[in-house]
Design a protein around this ligand. Structure first.
Ligand SMILES: NC(=O)c1ccc[n+]([C@@H]2O[C@H](COP(=O)([O-])OP(=O)(O)OC[C@H]3O[C@@H](n4cnc5c(N)ncnc54)[C@H](OP(=O)(O)O)[C@@H]3O)[C@@H](O)[C@H]2O)c1
Length: 329
């Protein structure tokens, strides 16, 4: 199986390579694409050094499956008229809500790939993936009437320039020096020793694009257009690992044991026992979506609260895409 990675030098591209190697993915050939800036760079894979190339004409003939992990505008330009035979697993937002393109978390809706005749398969947003897995598990017991989510999203969720900026900002904060303008290019406000209650652009109603993505993508994946989700997405000064504080409101009282059992038995989710905590630092480099602090609301047995944490670069992006590829072959 010939494998191509578009955006091989980025955080998600490099994590994809690592996961392909770890899982012994049957890659007979590997093609690595990035921008002109990285042309000639060598990246190790299974003991050899593979050279990075700029994207050429007829690029799509060079592999059977491509993992595309470039920014939205680059993916849009590259794939807008795609008619090739190779599978494209795309991490950008460009095709996620296209009704002709499956948007897939294999543990939740693999059947979408079988229903839709598309060579492009879209990978959901890094916050949607853990959220939708927990929702799919909970809905096996009862469907929440309404769900309120606050996401605490790491800097790496915004790519390598964002992660580098957080590291640079930390140096200024530690030194007690004023933050220069050129250390605030990605996030706008300072992220180090701070947090930013905005991810993406606001619409007229004040909702941020990341919050809209969480609702719209979850509705598509769960096949439930009336799913009621109210989100606030916050950027936090964590390097890797997205956390979500989730509150589900049900029509009737729900049994916590039944909900816990549904979550525990759901593939890819690890339920923490008792009061055991789980933090972004604990999950960096791990594959599961971790769930902790499952509890009834002390004032209302129709309400439950829980805490989710995932490595956004792995299950939130690269691992989910590799699992899609494994299911395709
Ligand atoms: N980070 C996450 O947690 C996460 C999670 C889910 C989805 N995603 C999505 O995945 C995609 C990649 O994210 P990332 O975090 O890996 O970003 P990143 O670290 O900024 O990497 C971007 C990659 O795109 C390449 N690139 C830029 N312009 C290009 C061009 N004109 N032609 C070919 N390659 C080009 C870059 O190459 P150079 O090194 O040469 O610049 C780099 O390899 C984005 O759409 C993002 O929204 C990210």
């Amino acid at each position: 199986m010939r494998i191509g990675i578009i955006g091989a030098t980025g955080l998600v591209g490099r994590t994809t390579l690592k996961i392909l190697e770890e899982r012994g993915f049957p890659a007979s050939e590997l093609i690595l694409f990035a921008s002109q800036r990285s042309a000639g760079e060598k990246i190790p894979f299974k003991g050899s050094q593979v050279e990075v190339m700029p994207i050429s004409d007829n690029w799509d003939l060079l592999a059977d499956i491509f993992f595309c992990s470039v920014a939205d505008d680059v993916a849009q330009e590259l794939l807008k008229d795609y008619k090739g035979e190779a599978w494209i697993i795309d991490k950008s937002k460009v095709f996620r809500l296209d009704p002709k393109v499956p948007l897939v978390v294999p543990e939740v809706n693999w059947d979408a790939v079988e229903r839709l005749d598309s060579k492009i398969v879209a990978n959901p947003n890094c916050t949607t993936i853990p959220f939708v897995m927990a929702m799919a598990a909970i809905r096996k017991t009862a469907r929440p009437e309404r769900t309120v989510v606050t996401s605490l999203q790491s800097a790496s969720g915004a790519g390598k320039a964002a992660l580098e900026e957080l590291r640079l900002q930390r140096e200024y904060v530690t030194a007690g020096e004023k933050m220069p303008e050129d250390a605030r290019e990605v996030f706008g406000p300072t992220l180090a020793a701070n947090l930013i209650p905005q991810i993406g652009s606001f619409d007229k109603a004040g909702e941020a694009s990341e919050e809209r993505k969480l609702r719209d993508e979850s509705r598509k994946i769960l096949g439930d257009e009336t799913l009621s989700i109210h989100a606030t997405c916050v950027r936090v000064p964590v390097e890797v690992g997205h956390s979500l504080s989730v509150t589900c409101v049900f029509q009737e009282e729900v049994g916590l044991k039944a909900i816990k059992k549904s979550i525990e038995s759901f593939p890819g989710i690890k339920m923490m026992e008792g009061d055991e905590l789980i933090t972004p630092l604990d999950v960096a480099g791990k594959d599961e979506v971790f769930c902790a602090r499952l509890r009834h609301d002390p004032m209302d047995k129709k309400v439950i609260h829980l805490w989710l944490v995932t490595d956004n670069l792995r299950k939130g992006a690269a691992l989910n895409a590799v699992q899609i590829a494994e299911s395709l072959i």
